[in-house]
Design a protein around this ligand. Sequence first.
Ligand code: ASP
Length: 307
Amino acid sequence: MTYSLAIHGGAGTILKSTMTPEREAAYHAGLTCALEAGRSVLAAGGSALDAVAASVMALEDEPLFNAGRGAVYNAAGVQEMDACIMDGRDRRTGAVAGIFGPKNPVLAARAVMERTSHVLMIAEGALAVARDAGLDFADRDYFFTAARWQALQDTLAMRAASAEDDDPARRHGTVGAVARDSAGNVAAATSTGGMTGKTPGRVGDCPVVGGGTFADNATCAVSGTGHGEVFIRWCAAHEISARMRHAGQSLVAAADWVVMRDLAENDGSGGLIAVDSAGTVTMPFNSEGMYRGMIELGGPSQTFIYR
Ligand code: ASP
């Protein structure tokens, strides 16, 4: 048995016409770095759980992506981050919502999973768990990026003029990873700043088990990115697993149905990455592009942006 890994750095209005070659190269480099962080775990015989945590940490550390450093701002100019990690061996899960402080929110989610008897924590309680776990914290300067701040100003200006385009694809982004290790176990992790200009207190799909994140060895591991409210309402990540389990669909057929029908037909722009227990990877999306990468069955690292 060998390993598979897939990652995403968000889906949305990603147009080649608005990209410079330098910027495009930086995205590919960031994705490759995250793939290699996960590969080094998996190639050494490590667990899918450790691999998805390593890949997501690399993406959180990269300011180009909307998670950790580089997270987007809510309508009040504050960064509120959501993260989740799930182990397909036993569906153990940890998640945090609306937090600010831990450098790597995915590690805060993992601390909830490993150090408490809970699944989802918010506010001071979540931060206390992260502190007790000895995680690194950072300040506003560390998390600040001029591009995200400007994106908020643009959104607020459009809103004030009642001219906000209603395309949520412009405002989202997220990072995630799914893996299947050489022992046949799967895991998923997702981390995000959410959507630019979101209402303070809004929680997206990322920390909602079965919405934006899901893992079960019996079927697959899934990490989503897109219009979170629609992913939650359609239980997108779990729906893929359910279609495999109850209807006998393949990973690819189940994931395509959810992204191209359930989500696309209900204003749910976005996409997802998924791996099944045999190591098959699929990365469907219904938006213009999705930053993504994969290593299928121990093969080469491949990264993609557009369709
Ligand atoms: N799904 C995320 C959220 O709604 C945003 C994204 O993935 O683009 O918070």
